[in-house]
Design a protein around this ligand. Structure first.
Ligand SMILES: Cc1cc2nc3c(=O)[nH]c(=O)nc-3n(C[C@H](O)[C@H](O)[C@H](O)COP(=O)(O)OP(=O)(O)OC[C@H]3O[C@@H](n4cnc5c(N)ncnc54)[C@H](O)[C@@H]3O)c2cc1C
Length: 477
């Protein structure tokens, strides 16, 4: 039975709305505005436009250059557009329909996963696939075909999307599904917003008994043990992710904590949680109020911070709330300011399993011996590609993500890492990247790029949709 259709956008009980975007609250929709991604690097002066109504979007289209923007959680430059137009899609945040029999939700593309959790988790539904923050829009999740901790079981975001509508370069709106306009459908996953502006999305939510997780941690002493553990638990737990201590070198290289988990049922909950089976958390109370000085995160401060993190992970509770399990970083609003004025980048690569152990050791050795300040390392094993977007990032292999504060010498160092990743048959995640050059990108995505470019030239022959990222990587001519 169809049961839900909300009239207006989302507001939290404390009256805040779109709290995840406070850093952009001063945006004036007609002026050029300095915009950044989550890494606060690079910035671009953009013409920022917004509308609450998808039917008005056509009028906002700037044929000289337009790109959609969600909650700005991509780290680099996909949602900024120097001297051109950026369309803020967040005001398009209405639910259009929900079928509780199938968990199928039809919503506008600016709806965030935070909003979906808040409204649907109490009804026993959770996003099917979620990245490490809930402050992302459904449109943004499609454009990056985001992956979560259960990629080896669930695949990417494309798995839970049945259809979307999209505003095209000629101002018309088309629908796309696996059967209808299939080329447009698949090219949008990982397509970085470069084919149009997604207006509405039909996606399947996951029925859940509780919003809690059974959690288990495995402490490992070195890289071999870590990779063994990742393989051993591939089948046993749908969710798995490892934190690797960036300070560990030599025989300890790769030391860390593997966290495994699965959805808890009612029966799994201890007595004190039985009445809170579908509990949803309020928005974060703690936030970093301004950019910390760039010197705050250095080798001296990164080490104790990582030690505290490692300790906290080791002591993970057997039953964890989804906030702690999926979104530990969301506890501190605008934590990205902790990296200082110059900002930071997250370097995430995937390399094939074959020869992967040797390659990942070499990459880790190079990272830990560099004079850069690696912080927050995360290691995961991706599953095989089944249904994926044309330019989706994941393939079966090891994926590793590391934050680097922007410092002198970082760009040449990342170029060196790029060459090592390419040499290993790997590639870089565009949703996090700000540094990759066109030639290396084309080599990394060689097997998919011409197919994607064909779709782009069919649906957007004049490259109306472009961004700083698309110009850097040659994705818009
Ligand atoms: C703390 C943190 C953890 C993260 N963890 C993960 C993770 O585990 N896995 C993962 O895959 N990613 C992860 N990410 C990255 C994040 O999930 C993606 O970058 C996501 O796409 C951001 O969504 P957004 O709404 O903020 O989009 P934005 O960053 O604003 O935009 C991203 C792209 O989406 C496009 N876009 C946005 N809205 C639309 C629309 N309506 N139509 C067409 N295109 C659109 C933009 O043009 C741009 O190319 C993480 C990010 C953070 C900050």
């Amino acid at each position: 039975m169809r049961a839900f259709a909300s009239e207006c956008g989302h507001a939290y009980p404390d009256g805040t709305r779109c709290h995840a975007r406070e850093s952009e609250a001063t945006v004036n929709s007609d002026n050029l505005k300095l915009l950044y991604g989550w890494g606060h690097y690079p910035g671009a002066r953009c013409r920022l436009r917004a509308t609450q109504l998808p039917r008005e979007l056509g009028r906002q289209l700037d044929k000289g250059g337009t790109i959609a923007r969600g909650l700005g959680r991509s780290y680099g430059d996909p949602a900024i557009n120097e001297a051109r137009t950026v369309i803020d899609c967040c005001p398009m945040d209405r639910y259009l329909d929900f079928d509780p029999e199938t968990g199928t939700l039809i919503c506008e593309a600016g709806v965030s996963l935070a909003q979906i959790i808040e409204d649907f988790a109490p009804r026993g539904f959770f996003p099917m696939i979620t990245p490490g923050t809930k402050f992302v829009t459904v449109g943004g999740c499609i454009a990056n075909d985001v992956h979560g901790k259960a990629h080896h079981v669930d695949g990417c975001f494309s798995r839970c999307v049945d259809a979307f509508t999209i505003l095209l370069a000629d101002g018309t709106v088309e629908s796309a599904t696996r059967q209808h306009n299939a080329d447009l459908f698949w090219a949008n996953f990982g397509g970085m917003g470069l084919l149009g502006i997604i207006t509405t999305v039909t996606l399947r939510l996951r029925p859940v008994e509780t919003t809690w997780f059974r959690q288990q941690t495995v402490v490992v002493d070195n890289l071999e043990m870590m990779l063994d553990a990742l393989h051993a638990h591939d089948e046993t737990h749908p969710y798995s992710v490892a934190w690797v201590d960036p300070a560990a070198t030599g025989a300890d290289l790769g030391r860390g904590v593997l966290t495994l988990g699965d959805h808890a049922t009612q029966a799994d909950l201890p007595a004190k949680l039985k009445g809170k089976a579908l509990y949803v958390s309020p928005p974060p109370k703690v936030r970093i109020p301004f950019n910390l000085p760039s010197f705050s995160l250095n080798r001296l401060t990164a080490r104790p911070l990582n030690m505290v993190l490692g300790l906290a992970l080791r002591r993970g509770a057997a039953i964890a709330h989804y906030e702690k399990f999926f979104y530990p970083l969301d506890f501190i609003g605008e934590w990205n300011r902790g990296y200082g004025q110059r900002g930071f980048t997250q370097y995430q690569f995937v390399i094939p399993l074959e020869d992967g152990r040797r390659r990942i050791r070499e990459l880790l050795q190079r990272i830990t011996s560099s004079d850069q300040v690696p912080f927050l390392n995360v290691l995961k094993k991706f599953g095989p590609e089944e249904e994926h977007g044309v330019l989706s990032f994941p393939f079966e292999g090891y994926t590793f993500a590391i934050d680097f504060p922007i410092r002198d010498g970082l760009a040449p160092f990342l170029r060196e890492l790029d060459r090592m990743v390419l040499d290993a048959g790997g590639r870089i995640y565009l949703g996090k990247d700000a540094f990759l050059d066109r030639e290396t990108f084309e080599a990394m995505y060689a097997n998919k790029l011409s197919a994607w470019r064909e779709v782009k030239s069919r649906w957007d022959p004049d490259n109306v949709f472009n961004s700083n990222l698309s110009r850097r990587l040659g994705l818009s001519g």
